[in-house]
Write a protein that binds this ligand. Structure first.
Ligand SMILES: *Cc1c(COP(=O)(O)O)cnc(C)c1O
Length: 429
């Protein structure tokens, strides 16, 4: 590391001890980072090849309005997504407002009264509890006569295949597999394990629809769940595949018949994919997808760096400092309210937007404790941008993810560490 770099960090209030400690950590991560870059390179070529194959052109960036008939850009973008994910069809729309909305469409479009959903990997992401009706809510799938069953993962984090076999019955229609642990403590699933689950349930009944909640997982590995038999994968464009450029949107990619169901559910029966204006957003969608493999690599380096910085200071980090990665989320058990507040304030202070704001814990609706959130993002709620949040309750875990560049993620983590030292919740050994 050169002198001028250290001076620059000093100007940003990073002390010499933090700089030196973090530089040492970074030096030891060269092999990990090379591996991340290799995956990014592979995925960059995959995305490029899909764009070239589908003859993406300037004309596809033109805006449509109103009904959005004959939106060439939208149709081409959907073909590109289908190619990238090795699938038959795709629905990629600004009208899919969020990941939760895309998942709601995928589920409600492919289920009918009397059908049952099975989650073979335990409880789904919080917002899905209301969608499914695990927590009773106005408009839930439960109100439409759709039932739900789950099989938890075993103590050691492995899949309970015996339990899955027992849970599948005549009503089971759709298997819902969440790739990322989200803000839970179970391990994130590798695409290979997802593939094994799919093969297993298809061997019991080949008509079962296998849907994967792919949020936070895109481009972390060389393959995606659709490469291993998933009928539908679902995600948000303000996470990985939007590359930080998409200002809104979601995607559903998979089998033609499933996607057609989703299209008529999103718009209207009889209209399907033919309508839905893109209002000038196509260029950001294409460019975001093009950038995504590199952006995901930066976020992954940040997560690996943080795991190493904090594990060596004695904190429990999930995944740990050496584990292979299957999503971009990093959890760190910081052990005290003061420490998580300082961490989040550091992430906020290092942000390009709203760096001057100091986040404080608050009683957020839907949570059983106070929560602190740091997000200095260009796009509201974007979690491919560097962001962190933590419920103020034991074991005082902060979840953080994203970073549109590795260097920003690194600076955010260094600032978080500095704030923890400044408020005396930690000392460097
Ligand atoms: C973020 C996320 C969702 C929901 O996406 P939103 O865009 O926040 O609605 C669903 N599942 C998982 C695993 C997620 O990480």
């Amino acid at each position: 590391m050169t002198d001028f770099l250290q001076k620059m960090y000093q100007k940003q209030n990073i002390s010499e001890e933090v700089y030196n400690y973090c530089s040492e950590i970074e030096k030891n991560l060269i092999d990990r980072f090379n591996h991340v870059d290799e995956i990014a390179e592979y995925n960059q070529l995959k995305v490029l090849s899909a764009m070239r194959e589908n003859r993406v052109s300037d004309i596809h960036f033109a805006a449509t309005t109103g009904y959005g008939y004959n939106d060439l850009g939208r149709d081409t973008l959907e073909s590109v997504y289908a190619s990238v994910f090795n699938a038959e069809a795709a629905l990629v729309r600004p009208q899919l407002i969020s990941g939760t909305h895309a998942l709601t469409i995928a589920l409600s479009a492919n289920l009918r009264p009397g059908d049952e959903i099975l989650s073979p990997v335990g409880k789904p992401y919080d917002t899905l509890e209301e969608v499914i009706g695990i927590r009773e809510t106005n408009g839930s799938l439960k109100e439409y006569g759709i039932t739900y069953r789950q099989v938890d993962m075993l103590e050691d984090g492995s899949i309970d295949y015996e339990g899955i076999k027992k849970a599948i019955n005549d009503n089971t229609k759709l298997i819902s597999i969440q790739r990322s642990k989200g803000y839970d403590t179970r391990p994130t699933l590798s695409v290979d394990i997802i593939g094994e689950i799919i093969s297993f349930v298809k061997s019991i009944n080949s008509d079962l629809i296998c849907m994967v909640d792919n949020c936070y997982g895109e481009f972390v590995e060389k393959i995606e769940p659709t490469d291993l038999g998933a009928d539908m994968i679902v995600g948000s464009l303000i996470k990985n595949p939007g590359g930080g450029l998409a200002p809104i949107g979601g995607y559903i990619v998979g089998k033609e018949a499933c996607i057609e169901n989703c299209a008529v559910r999103l718009t209207a029966p009889g209209l399907g994919k033919e309508i839905g204006a893109t209002l000038g957003l196509n260029q950001q969608f294409f460019q975001g997808l093009f950038m995504s493999p590199q952006i995901v690599a930066g976020a992954l380096k940040g997560a690996i760096f943080a795991a190493n910085v904090f594990e060596k200071l004695g904190y429990e980090v999930i995944p740990d400092s050496t584990e292979s990665r299957h999503d971009i989320i990093q959890a760190i058990n910081l052990g005290s309210p003061e420490a998580i507040i300082a961490f989040c304030q550091g992430i906020q202070a290092a942000a390009p937007v709203d760096s001057f704001v100091t986040p404080e814990p608050w009683d957020m609706p839907g949570y059983d404790s106070e929560v602190i959130m740091a997000a200095g993002a260009f796009v509201q709620g974007s979690s491919i941008e560097l962001s962190a949040d933590a419920p103020i309750k034991p074991p005082y875990t902060v979840f953080f993810q994203g970073g549109l560049s590795w260097h920003h993620a690194k600076f955010g983590i260094m600032t978080a560490l500095q704030k923890m030292i400044d408020n005396k919740s930690i000392t460097l050994k």
